[in-house]
Ligand binder design. Structure first.
Ligand SMILES: [Fe+2]
Length: 176
């Protein structure tokens, strides 16, 4: 690879793959979520993600290229991390909700950085239509991250784990 154009195409293909992987992953995460507001937010984010993938296809077309998707290993890893946790840690519902919020925030942060980088490249090559499309995706990711931060403040694990330690302590005290 030698040119900014090739790097740009590579980045677009990476994000198209990432968004497409997320369309499937978000369906599972919405199913797993128990907090009704979180469930609703994940479901609507999934619909948004479908539109983001479409915008990436349009960005390819806007520079006369056919849309392609190259496996995004970053998003793949983040999705795998969530799946492994959900399947192997036997989390209670509230713990899974808390984990889902954190996992989704990691994805958003990754996407925000990736879109910023792509917008920069597109600007330097004066691909104004692509810049607009990518900016729309970036704005949505930023709004989602903000929403998730709100959830992170509200949704907490029900048990801190301290009550077990405290009750053990008081039992010891009574025994003494
Ligand atoms: Fe996205």
């Amino acid at each position: 690879m030698q040119t900014a154009h090739e790097l740009f195409i590579h980045g677009l293909a990476d994000m198209l793959s990432g968004e497409r992987q997320l369309i499937d992953a978000l369906a599972t995460q919405a199913e797993n979520a128990t907090n009704p507001q979180l469930k609703k937010a994940v479901t609507s984010h999934r619909t948004q993600t479908e539109k983001q993938a479409e915008r990436l296809e349009q960005a390819f077309k806007s520079i006369g290229e056919a849309p392609e998707d190259t496996e995004c290993k970053g998003i793949k890893g983040l999705i795998q991390e969530y799946q492994t946790f959900a399947e192997e840690e036997d989390p209670s519902q509230d713990i899974l909700d808390t984990f889902t919020i954190g996992a989704a925030m990691k994805v958003e942060t990754y996407e925000i950085d990736a879109y910023n980088e792509l917008i920069d490249l597109a600007r330097s090559m004066k691909h104004s239509r692509a810049v607009k499309l990518l900016q729309q995706n970036l704005k949505e990711e930023q709004a989602t991250l903000k929403k998730l931060k709100g959830f992170q403040k509200k949704i907490k694990p029900e048990r801190t784990g301290h009550e077990e330690i405290d009750s053990r302590r008081s039992r010891t005290r009574r025994a003494a």
